[in-house]
Design a protein around this ligand. Sequence first.
Ligand code: HSE
Length: 322
Amino acid sequence: MIPINQWIKIKAPATVANMVCGFDILGFAVNSPYDEMEMRLVPRSAGSTAVEAITIINMDTYGLPTEPEKNVAGAALIALIEEYEMSHPNSSIAFEVKINKLIKPGSGVGSSAASSAGAVVGANYLLGKIFSNDDLVRFAMNGEKVASGVKHADNIAPCIFGGVTLVRSIFPLEIIALPSPTLYVTIVHPQIEVRTSDARSILKQNVKLKDAIKQWGNIAGLVAGLMKSDYDLIGRSLEDVIIEPVRSILIPGFDALKLACKNAGALGGGISGSGPSIFMLSKEKETALAVEQEMKNLYEGLGLAHHTYVTTINQQGVQIEA
Ligand code: HSE
């Protein structure tokens, strides 16, 4: 256990959920952007509740709620404290968390997951690493519920485990860390807001069998491609016939951008999480940079403000500096 009042620093990476065909089950962490957090254990007032034991301090200007039950990091920490207290009935812990969000909320690259995952990994470090990564994912999913109304782990799992992850099941939780060959990731974030809850509410509730078969083939192909380092198979499998056709209407220039990036040599890509960010995977860094230029050209042409990132897959997940 880290002594009371000693601050630790936390780096929580952005994540790309869905990985095109794997809605709610596949995702990967990236090296840039990431959130910065600081956290410490503090003395807990006698008789206070788990909610009262959490203090959130925003270091950025996004004005996110600081009430623990409305804050994604707070909601994740409440779940962790409640479980800790079941096995340590005489102990009472309290946390102070400073959050500097460098991942813009609502950008589609796992901003809420970074806060909740960063908070629980930080808390676990302070407590002497008593919880498993699976436990931490369970706690952090409470943050995703606050953010989007549903528990899903396709951002949380790669944020905590690093690399590419497959969430085979949420109840009971089963996460599989997948290997991946070297991949360069280009991300464009057009400066519009797409709320995850809205992007989920427009989805169709029924899927045609022929579409499901295509999607299963792509998910299996993508996993096999990652395991075999088969770049062409990865590229062919980055196809979504169920979610993307519905959601892409929310993102200006989506089809033209995807075509231009593929013509520039990208293996493939699509909507990052629920959007509006779009990501592309490339085998070489030069291709990833050419893809970035295509993204900039397209959004400059549309007169739409945007940010781009050229990065790689983050294999470590949340990092702590004591
Ligand atoms: N799998 C989720 C979705 C990720 O696409 O709605 C966004 O949080």
